[in-house]
Write a protein that binds this ligand. Structure first.
Ligand SMILES: [Cu+2]
Length: 511
């Protein structure tokens, strides 16, 4: 294989640009502009590649409710590897543009000090960019749909159906433009018509999510429920299965005598909600209710270019986990563990396009639709083909946040709170669970857990009885005596309607 290419962080490209070495960032912009302008039938076009993740839906998902209509894998063990090849594919498309063969996809290093202080790198949010002396719309800030996309066929409530010419949006804006929501969205967006102000609000929101609960403007003080802490903690996961996805991690955490594993998918989910917007107890966090950007839903997330800079970082974290856990050449999927089935009741998503019901996901399961050889329709990538990114994909990452981190010995005796029995099907779409412990009338906040869910869960008759969600919270800050006197409670935040009187859940302290 030819020499290994390096993926730099967006900020590294910005720094070069700012001291006069403009070519790397300009070529990146050129490449993105290029794939966005390709014919929407071209396999290298942004429309085709961005559309693999969710809409436009394909396969049985177009008509069957318990099938997911996109190709992406969430809540199952293929989450890291499927997205690894996805990032590789868009990078190849970028390299296919004239003069861009040396371009690599940069990562948004979400856990650097700059990200904690400033939020998103400006190259991903600025309104304009000067390319070859011409002022253009920044190709990385949005995408204007070349064709309409819809989710109507599968029996969703059509919330995420969007016409040709629609431009993707982020927090604080709403992108719900289908008939049912159009007027509400128009009114909401009318209040946020200043592009620069919106960028400031977006970064404020992202910083709040990165830091966690007790956000104080620019202080670097990440909390346990923030994205920074979750990314850091996921590196401790002892095996690929629990590391890879929320379903498997949830099962893994039910065990006694283990510290809480955070799946890579968890902080990943939170970035989606942070960029897209989510009504997480708006007033308390100073967040704006009614924001509903494209990144916040799997249906449309990959149609916003920032998706790929986010997922490049997710992939970098995957690679860092492999390095730290000595798994750069081999890792395994625990057979038949929760998170290894395509079923909706197992992973909350259902079979992706190309998968069957009751399929058992393994290292050699095809990562559809990605082919190694475009002329050979059977040459699907599998997880086995993307274990070592340097040897198998010819790329690696520059040094970024957590590259030099030395893992602390994790305490296997961590006492944890398990919240369980929450029926996911009571909620339309994603929701957030926040847990509290009250000792002698004094409440303390334990943390937050996001559940990314399909908008149409209510329609899924099949899964009503199965979809119990569990969440786990670290209790190591409290003594035996305090735990004995403690009362536990949760708050749930969601954007769909809920049926609170049917909401049941329970608590258990696991030693
Ligand atoms: Cu994602």
């Amino acid at each position: 294989m030819s020499k290994i290419k390096i993926r730099y962080s967006v900020r590294e490209l910005q720094e070069k640009y700012e001291v006069g070495n403009k070519k790397p960032l300009e070529d990146l912009m050129r490449a993105w502009q290029g794939i966005k302008e390709l014919d929407p039938n071209d396999l290298n076009s942004f429309f085709v590649i961005g559309g693999y993740h969710g809409e436009p839906f394909e396969g049985p998902g177009k008509v069957k409710k318990d099938y997911w209509g996109g190709y992406c894998n969430h809540g199952n063990v293929l989450f890291p590897t499927w997205h690894r090849v996805y990032v590789h594919k868009i990078e190849q498309a970028l390299q296919s543009i004239d003069g861009c063969s040396e371009v690599t996809l940069p990562y948004w290093d979400e856990t650097t000090e700059e990200s904690l202080k400033l939020g998103i790198p400006w190259a991903l949010t600025n309104e304009t960019f000067i390319l070859d002396g011409v002022l253009i719309n920044n190709p990385l800030r949005s995408y204007v749909l070349q064709q309409a996309v819809g989710d109507s066929k599968r029996g969703d409530n059509q919330a995420y159906t969007k016409p040709k010419g629609y431009e993707t949006v982020r927090y604080p804006l709403s992108g719900l433009v289908s008939a049912e929501y159009a007027i509400k969205t128009q009114n909401h967006n009318f209040a946020f018509s200043d592009y620069v102000m919106n960028q400031i609000l977006l970064n404020k929101n992202v910083k709040a999510w990165l830091h966690g609960s007790k956000v104080t403007s620019d202080v670097i003080n990440p909390q346990k429920d923030g994205i920074f802490y979750q990314y850091k903690t996921c590196l401790d996961a002892p095996n690929y299965t629990a590391f890879s996805n929320t379903t498997s991690a949830q099962e893994w955490n039910k065990q006694e005598n283990t510290s809480i594993v955070v799946a890579l998918e968890s902080p990943h989910n939170d970035i989606h909600l942070a960029v897209g917007g989510f009504d997480a107890d708006g007033s308390e966090y100073g967040q704006i209710p009614g924001a509903n950007g494209d990144m916040g839903e799997n249906n449309t997330a990959a149609l916003d270019p920032i998706f790929f800079f986010h997922h490049c970082n997710v992939d970098r974290m995957f690679w860092l986990w492999q390095i730290k856990q000595d798994k750069t050449d081999k890792f395994e999927i625990i057979p038949f563990f929760p998170g290894t089935s395509t079923n909706y009741s197992d992973n909350g998503q259902g079979p992706a396009v190309g998968q069957q019901e009751n399929e058992h996901l393994k290292m050699d399961t095809p990562l559809s639709p990605f082919l190694k050889d475009q002329n050979d329709p059977d040459s699907y990538y599998t997880s086995n083909d993307c274990i070592n990114i340097e040897k198998q994909l010819g790329v690696t990452y520059s040094a970024g946040s957590f590259t030099d981190i030395v893992l602390e010995e994790s305490n296997p005796k961590t006492r944890k709170l398990k919240v369980y029995g929450i029926n996911r099907s009571l909620f339309a779409g994603s929701f957030i669970i926040r847990a509290f412990i009250t000792i002698d009338e004094k409440p303390h906040y334990l943390g937050r857990y996001s559940v990314l869910s399909r908008w149409n869960t209510n329609n899924c008759a099949n899964c009503q009885t199965h979809l119990g969600v569990s969440a786990f919270f670290d209790l190591s800050d409290f003594s035996d005596d305090e735990i004995k006197r403690a009362k536990f409670s949760i708050k749930i935040h969601h954007r769909g309607e809920t049926l609170p009187d049917q909401l049941k859940y329970d608590f258990e302290v696991i030693e």
